[in-house]
Design a protein around this ligand. Structure first.
Ligand code: FAD
Length: 106
């Protein structure tokens, strides 16, 4: 349905933007904050089938919080897992910062 798509698009924008503003060298507190956020996000995301699959993904592929690069790539991989499930194109994760932080160079 259209609202699952609108919600999804807006939510990925929020999540990738959080990755873009996550510190290159996060403190232990900053790492805990992102873990807590994702633990709760995966329970509260208001598309219940999406949330269930995302929780299962996080059990399989533990969140990486040690740097912006590690977290941004983990999130890109998680998004690609959903892309794969929905038959959407796989995004080149070497370009996530260009897409979400620094802007496309053109
Ligand atoms: P989106 O997938 O919303 O992507 C938005 C933009 O992000 C793209 O235009 C592209 O520029 C960029 N992008 C694409 N892939 C990546 C990537 N890997 N890394 C970084 N940037 C990227 N929908 C369902 O129908 N079933 C589900 O089970 C489901 N699970 C979801 C789980 C989560 C956690 C979230 C946030 C959303 C989920 N959705 C699900 C919604 C779905 O992922 C899409 O958001 C929705 O279908 C709209 O797709 P879109 O084509 O506009 O692009």
């Amino acid at each position: 349905p259209a609202d699952v798509e609108t919600l999804g698009r807006s939510t990925w924008t929020l999540l990738h933007t959080i990755a873009a503003t996550y510190p290159p060298k996060p403190t232990p507190v900053e790492q805990n904050n992102i873990r807590d956020f994702f633990r709760l996000f995966s329970k509260l995301y208001p598309c219940w089938v999406c949330a269930e699959d995302f929780q299962a993904y996080m059990k399989k592929e533990a969140i990486k919080t040690e740097s912006r690069d590690a977290f941004g790539n983990w999130l890109c991989d998680a998004h690609n897992e959903v892309n794969r499930k929905l038959g959407k194109p796989i995004f080149d994760c070497s370009k996530w910062e260009e897409r979400w932080r620094t802007g496309w160079k053109d």
